[in-house]
Write a protein that binds this ligand. Sequence first.
Ligand SMILES: [Zn+2]
Length: 90
Amino acid sequence: MVRYYCPFCNPKYQFQTQSSKGNLICGLCGEDLVKKPFIRWNQIIALVAASSLLLPLIYTFIFLIKNQINPPNKNYQANNSIMKIIKEKI
Ligand SMILES: [Zn+2]
């Protein structure tokens, strides 16, 4: 579906009319209508910019909630059984 719009008029008050030649013109100013692309480049750029700000925030929140539910093991000393195995090998 290709949509047309007038680049000069307010999009709220636009209506299409057909000229005598058969092409679509703006009902307010009589200018030729421009095809509206389905996805615009500035939309993609805005999406990337917004996600680059929001994704790290969401990521940290997920980790915060995950650590609240399952607190990480704070025992930083090496596991005793592993140390024994290492000592036996040496
Ligand atoms: Zn117009």
